[in-house]
Every structure is written in C-alpha cells, then in structure tokens.
Design a protein around this ligand. Structure first.
Ligand code: MGD
Ligand code: MGD
Ligand code: MO
Length: 767
C-alpha cells in the first residue's frame, strides 16, 4: 500500500474498501485539518440523534445503531468540516479573473465561504455585503422583471425538505415554475419512466428487501465509489449465496471483491467477499437492447416450457391481475430481430442466455440502477423495458424483490417530493392554491437544459442557485458559461468556493450557508431538517458542528428572508417559518397527505417510510394497472448517424466519476479502484481500438465530439489508457469532459444530458 507516484497507472489488486479505504479516511482528515480536531462528528453520522450523511442517498439500517463506516461519507463530512476558510480577505487578494485560472481541485481546497459577497465589476473582485442588502438586491431584480418567467431557480440535492418547500412556494408565488435541478442531469429518466409503467416514479424496495433477495441485477453503477454503504448489503447478499450480476461496460473493482470495513474480523484477517457472479459488459447505451433481448429469450424459454408440459416461466397470475398491455408487448418481443438486439447490445448471445437463466432461477429479484442507465438518449425507454422485464415475472411489489433506482445527492428525492419540479401536476397546484390562497402559475417551467438555452436567448435575466455548481455540472461548458454571463444577476447559495462563483452575470452574489453537519440555531433553538433517502425513508437531521463562520445563514433562513424581501409577508409569514422549522413541516403536511402527522412521525428515531403505491401493488396509472410498454430499438440516433458518417473510428464516450471526487468537487486526483493515480485527464480505451486507430497506450489525444451543428467541441490532451472496456467505447471523467456534451443531446422525454453516450473522434496531440 505504498503511496503511488503521481501520474501513475497500475491495476488495483486489493479488494475494494478494506484498509486502503481506512487509510484514505486518515489522509482526508489530515488534509482538511478538520476543525478543532473534531473527529467525533463522524461517529454521529447517520445516528438517530445525528445528521444525515451528505455523501449519498443510500439509506441506513434504522439509522444504524453501529457506526457504518463509509469512505465517501467521511470525505464529504471532512470537506465540510474543514478548518480552511474563504474570507473577505481572500477575495480582496484575488480577482475573479485570477481565480478562474485555478483548477476545480484548487478552488475546492480554499475551504468554507464565510461571508456574503457581492461582485464589484470595477475591481473584478468580490467585496462584502450585508445580508439585508444582499436580499434587497435580489428582490429589486426580481420585482423589476416584466415577467417572473425571466428568472430561473436551480436546486442541488443537498437542500433539506423545509428549505426546498419554502423555495418552491416562494418561486410559485413569484409566478414561475422554472425549477431546473440536479435531478434533471441525474435520475430524471427514472422519475419520468416509472410512472408510465408502475405509476410511481420512485423505487419499490426498502433495505429489508435486500435481506430476502436471492438475485441482484446491478445496472450501470459503481457502488464501491459512489454508494459505499450499499456494498455492505451486497456483501451480505453474496455471503448468503445470492447471485449478483453487474451489467456495466466496466468490471468495477467493488463488484468483484470487497472487504467490509464494518466487519473487524474481515479487516484483521484480510478476508474479502467475492461479489459479482456474472459480469455482462454491454456497449455504451446497449442496455435497452440487452434487456429487451433477455425479455425475448424469456418468452422463447416460456414457450418451450409450456410445450414440454411444464409450468409457465412467467408470473401469469400477476400479469392477469395487475397489468395491462402484455399481449401487445409479447408480440413486439416475438417480432424483434435477434441480430438487431445482439448488434445493439454488444453482448454475445450465450451471455444473454446465461443472464436469462439467472433471471428465471431467481425467486426474489432486485434490479438496481445508476447513471449508466439514465444518461442516454433512450434512457426512459430503457427504464421502462427494465420494469417490463421485472413485471413478466411479478418481481415488483412483493418482499425481497423490486425496482431500486439508486439516487445520488442525499436529498435529491426529497426535494422533488417537496415540489421542486418544473412540470407540476394540476392536483398539486390546486392544493397549493387552496392552502396558501394564491393563483399558482400553471405553465410548465424550464428544466436545466431549457434554462441554459433561455439564458442564451435572453429570455432569462436572473439565475438563482440553491446549492450545487451549475457552471460545471451542466453540459456544453463554453455555451453554459456564455449563458450565465448573459444574465443580469447570478446568485449562488453555497458552502464552498466553486467555478459557479466565477462564471457570473453582470451582477453576482455569493450567499454562504450552513452545511448539514452544522448546528442550526434559530432564536436559540437548534433546528433539525428532514430528508428523504433513495428508499423513501424520511428522517430528521441535526447538525453537530459549530458553524464555519458566525456570518452564515441556513438555507431555510436565506429562502425565507429573500421571500420576505421580495413578496412581503401578507400571505405567508416567512420569517416566522424560518424561526421554527416545525411550522414549515406543518405547512408541508397540509399540502401532501402522505406527510400527515409529520412532526410526530419524524420525531420517531429513524423517521418513517413514505408510502410508495407501487410497492403495495397499487398502480397509479390511468388504467389503474401496471402497464407493459413495448418499445422499438432506435437505430437512428445521433450516435448511429455519426457512426454511419465516420465508420469504426467513431467512438462512444462515457463521462463518469473518479473515486476522489464528489460530482464537481474534486477532493484529490486518484481513482484508486481503476488504478489511476495523480491525474484526471485520462481516457480508457480497448487495446484493439488503439491498434485500429494507430494509437499507443500512454499517448495523448484530443477528444472531439461529433454533432450536427457547427460548434467545435474539443477536450484537449487526454492520456490514452488501455483498459478492459468494450470495443468502440471510451471512458473519461466529468466535469473535464462536459464541454463535449452538446446542449441539445439529451434523453427523450426526460431532457437529461447524454453524458454517457457522446459520439467522439480521437485526434493525436503533437508530442
Ligand atoms: N464518491 C462519490 N459518491 C457519489 C457521487 C460522487 O461524485 N462521488 N455522486 C453522487 C451522485 S449525484 C450520483 S447520481 C451517484 C452516481 O453514482 P453512479 O451511478 O455509480 O455514477 P457514475 O460514476 O457516473 O457511473 C456509474 C457507472 O455507469 C457505468 N456506465 C456508463 N455507461 C453505461 C451504460 O451505457 N450502460 C451500463 N450498464 N453502464 C454504464 C460506468 O461504467 C460506471 O460504472 O453517486 C452519488 N455518490
Ligand atoms: N458529464 C457529466 N455531467 C454530469 C454528470 C455526469 O455523470 N457526467 N452527473 C450529473 C449528476 S448525476 C448530478 S447530480 C449533477 C450534480 O450537480 P450539482 O449538484 O450542481 O453539483 P455538485 O458538484 O454536487 O455541487 C457542489 C457544490 O455544492 C455546494 N454545496 C455543498 N453542500 C452544500 C449545502 O449543504 N448547501 C448548499 N447550498 N450548497 C452546498 C458547494 O459549494 C459545492 O461546491 O452533475 C451532473 N453532471
Ligand atoms: Mo446525481
């Protein structure tokens, strides 16, 4: 475990997690000089009386009674609890132009923002501004807009339910549904796809179901890095003898072998658990064809079983009682061409058959998925095809089985539940109208991509972000920069410095806020916020740390004060809301029936499960039944057209996370489990593609995307790394490659940027 030299590539041979993860934790704590040496905080993570880990949306067992170790969580907490500060003196010493020259990694390293700041164009510097003047500035801009739809309001998924609820209420009272949010770039296809099949856009399983599952299909996820606590569930499943299949162009290390840091004996003895039973490596965006192929094969196997006088391999009772549209769906499967499915999936027929046998043998099957399924043009169809497949064997809505989208940000699901939604339902708006006595805007608003286009066209003048790093998380980076710079005012509510504070409108504000880990005192009383995890558990989170600066406001207070400054408090007493978050929860329960007795239920340790109708086989579709959705294989996508034009030299690029980053926050430069140390501008490529392109492992190339407009999208000087990845596919890290994703290359229906299937060509760099 010696320190690897920077710029080093070497396969990782240890099990995932284990001692290397513990060592990383130590390194992080030291690097961040965690304030006051207060490492005890870490033990309060995800405890009944502690705070919800800002690391990811994976749930905890009863808000675990034992400390569940997680490298990702420690990094997130350490990054927030850092003792480094970005003070007014820091801003006085640097112009924005100077700061723009620093890397995202360097910007992150400066630490926590301490004071509200306003951009001063004359000096090209941020200077301090009093909070009330900052609110007055935003209110003045908002009130001066001839049409409230000229403002757009972004949310990143760390925002708690109370702040999110007030935010959507304020923005709708202002008069717009412009709610771009991080889920537009993330699980939007899940939220748009599942309602069409099972009626509800959320996952149908809880952690208890993992105890009963005998088969797990993990689609397009890298849990050892992105959801480390999920690994403990997978480990336990594997040890019980469950069959675990990874469907992923890459054989991610954590899905091969894992040593659980939560198990002392395993750590001491160096024991590890082998996780995956089968590794299916489709080509990028090949999942739709793969899943359809398994469904087709299942029909063929069922025919044979019936012909042999055996029981049907389908759950015919479930199909008859609970679903509609099966016949048309089956016909479409029968008519589908095997050749097409094989070519489009990139998976050999024998392996499709093997996967089908596993699917037939499984009594309790859970399918999980991450960004590998969602960030593609056909993502909605793919997710619907996966629910079709699961429905064929009645694997939804019973113990030990179901659909498990694995969300990213710790409260991204809750923010949506609270109404951060650019396409609100009429029923929700009617309820808001009734409870708050105002006329909510009915027209659909802008999502993330629409907002960028609207800024470019001059239709948006004010951009307000409740968290996140819009400039770097979004596609088509230079175009997004141009869009933000075209605004009259940009406002960022943030904990740490990032590029979105530097790519700004004519006027700009930084509003520094408390993190989840910090004590939130209102009138001397500590406030908790509520969050909803990926499995619909809602619970309270109390910060434990002293705030990074006395001049921070909570997100809830910021939203309330801004609403008060902009709209006045005739209809809603915003300041009273901010003084007692329980009063916001009382408003929430008036708007959402599922939140009845909210304060009482959430006070229970571990919180409560928010009812998911499809989990109970209540299908909220127009027919009242789960709906089979037949879909054709799309053979005329921009990828197909680019390949037709450029032949086999055309590559498909996925942009993904390294081990040492949290979305746009770059903690450090290693991607340990993929064997990359000290550098990020790498591109993974198959050995035969190197040969075919006349390129060498270790050579530098530019990546140039192929799109049907005149814009040149180029990412310069990436190191070629020979890797076990399907032919024709490339992998590189985001956000360095976001400039390659064309703004209008997005998922059908969902509008999610196609960050995992970008047509590109490689151009060798001069030595
Ligand atoms: N440490 C850490 N934790 C995080 C985050 C982080 O950045 N760092 N981000 C958080 C957020 S917001 C999210 S959304 C989640 C993201 O967590 P993941 O969903 O795991 O995200 P990615 O790393 O982008 O990509 C996941 C996997 O998709 C695979 N993949 C790419 N394209 C395809 C495809 O076409 N088909 C299939 N089957 N697989 C494909 C890649 O090989 C990779 O293993 O993690 C959350 N947790
Ligand atoms: N090419 C490509 N692009 C992608 C993706 C991809 O896989 N490939 N993934 C997409 C996905 S899944 C997502 S979710 C988005 C993420 O998009 P975002 O959510 O916009 O980005 P983050 O990097 O998570 O935001 C980090 C910033 O949030 C602020 N922050 C941290 N904690 C808090 C807090 O408690 N409150 C407030 N107010 N601010 C806080 C800090 O200032 C920090 O710099 O990126 C998307 N972009
Ligand atoms: Mo995400």
């Amino acid at each position: 475990m010696s320190r690897k030299p920077a710029g080093h590539i070497a396969p990782y041979t240890h099990p995932a997690a284990g001692w290397d993860a513990l060592k990383q934790v130590a390194i992080n704590l030291v690097r961040e000089k965690v304030a006051g040496g207060n490492y005890k905080t870490l033990l309060k993570q995800n405890q009944p009386d502690g705070f919800d880990c800002p690391g990811c949306a994976w749930p905890d067992r009863e808000h675990a009674s034992t400390f569940e170790f997680c490298e990702n969580g420690v990094k997130a907490v350490a990054a927030e609890a850092t003792s480094k500060r970005v003070t007014p003196a820091f801003f006085a010493a640097h112009t924005v132009t100077e700061l723009l020259r620093q890397s995202d990694h360097e910007l992150e390293q400066h630490g926590r923002l301490t004071d509200p700041m306003v951009y001063d164009a004359a000096s090209d510097k941020y200077i301090p501004i009093a909070w009330d003047r900052a609110f007055a500035l935003v209110a003045r801009h908002l009130r001066a807009l001839p049409d409230p739809n000229q403002a757009t309001f972004y949310t990143s998924g760390r925002t708690g339910n109370e702040a999110a609820f007030l935010f959507q209420l304020f923005v709708r009272m202002l008069g717009t549904n412009n709610f771009p949010d991080c889920s537009n770039m993330c699980h939007e296809p899940t939220s748009r796809g599942l309602p069409g099949t099972v009626g509800t856009g959320k996952g149908t399983v809880t952690l208890d179901d993992f105890e009963q599952a005998d088969t797990l299909l993990i689609f397009g996820q890298n849990p050892a890095t992105n959801h480390p606590r999920m690994m403990n569930e997978l480990r336990d499943c594997a040890r019980r003898g469950a069959t675990i299949v990874s469907i992923n162009p890459l054989r991610e290390r954590g899905l091969e072998r894992f040593t659980s840091p939560a198990h002392a004996l395993e750590m001491l003895t160096g024991a590890s658990t082998s996780i995956g039973t089968l590794f299916v490596q489709p080509k990028l965006a090949g999942d739709f064809a793969l899943i359809k192929a398994v469904a087709k094969r299942l029909v063929e196997r069922d025919d044979a079983a019936l012909a042999a006088g055996q029981d049907s391999l389908l759950d015919r009772e479930f199909i008859a009682r609970h679903t509609s549209g099966y016949e048309a769906f089956e016909q479409d499967l029968r008519a589908e061409s095997w050749d097409l499915l094989l070519t489009e999936s990139g998976v050999p027929r024998a392996q499709i058959e093997q996967l089908t046998e596993i699917f037939i043998k499984g009594s309790n099957i859970i399918s999980t998925w991450g960004m590998g399924l969602t960030q593609h043009k056909g993502a909605v169809k793919t997710i619907q095809m996966l629910s079709n497949l699961m429905m064929m064997r009645g694997q939804i809505g019973r113990p030990g089985a179901g659909l498990c989208p694995v969300r990213g940000h710790s409260n991204v699901q809750g923010d949506r539940t609270m109404g951060i939604e650019e396409k609100p339902t009429p029923a929700f708006l009617d309820r808001l109208k009734k409870v708050f006595d105002f006329e909510p805007p009915r027209a659909h608003g802008y999502d993330t991509v629409d907002s960028i286009q609207a800024m470019l066209d001059g239709r948006i003048k004010v951009f307000f972000a409740l968290g996140g790093n819009f400039a770097m998380a979004t596609p088509d980076t230079p175009l997004t920069f141009e869009a933000l710079r075209a605004c009259d005012l940009t406002v960022q509510v943030s904990t740490k410095l990032n590029r979105s504070h530097l790519v700004i409108g004519k006027e700009a504000l930084i509003l520094p806020t408390l993190g989840r880990t910090e004590i939130d005192l209102q009138n001397g009383v500590a406030q908790g916020v509520t969050v909803e995890d990926s499995m619909s558990m809602v619970h309270l989170s109390y910060g434990m740390n002293k705030p990074a600066s006395p001049n921070l406001l909570s997100e809830t207070a910021i939203v309330a004060q801004l609403a008060h400054a902009t709209l006045g408090s005739a209809k809603v007493d915003w300041l009273a809301c901010a003084a007692d978050y329980a009063s916001i929860r009382e408003m929430i329960e008036q708007v959402f029936d599922d939140f009845h007795d909210f304060n009482a239920r959430v006070a229970h340790p571990g919180g409560f499960h928010l009812r998911v109708a499809s989990r109970e086989r209540e299908w909220r579709t127009p027919s009242g039944r789960a709906q089979f959705a037949p879909h054709a294989v799309d053979t005329d996508t921009p990828l197909h057209r680019a390949r037709a034009q450029h032949g086999e030299r055309l590559m498909t690029l996925m942009t993904m996370r390294s081990h040492d980053q949290y979305n746009t926050t770059i903690y450090a430069l290693d991607d340990r489990y993929r064997g990359v140390y000290g550098l990020r501008r790498v591109v993974f490529i198959h050995r035969d593609d190197l040969a075919m392109l006349g390129l060498r492992n270790g050579q530098h190339v530019d990546l140039v995307s192929v799109w049907d407009d005149d814009v040149v999208r180029r990412a310069e000087r990436f190191l070629l790394v020979e890797y076990d990845i399907p032919r024709g596919c490339l992998g590189a890290y985001f956000p360095e490659t976001n400039g390659l994703v064309p703004l209008h290359s997005k998922a059908d229906i969902a509008g999610t940027p196609t960050s995992k299937s970008i047509p590109v060509l490689l151009e060798p760099c001069a030595a």
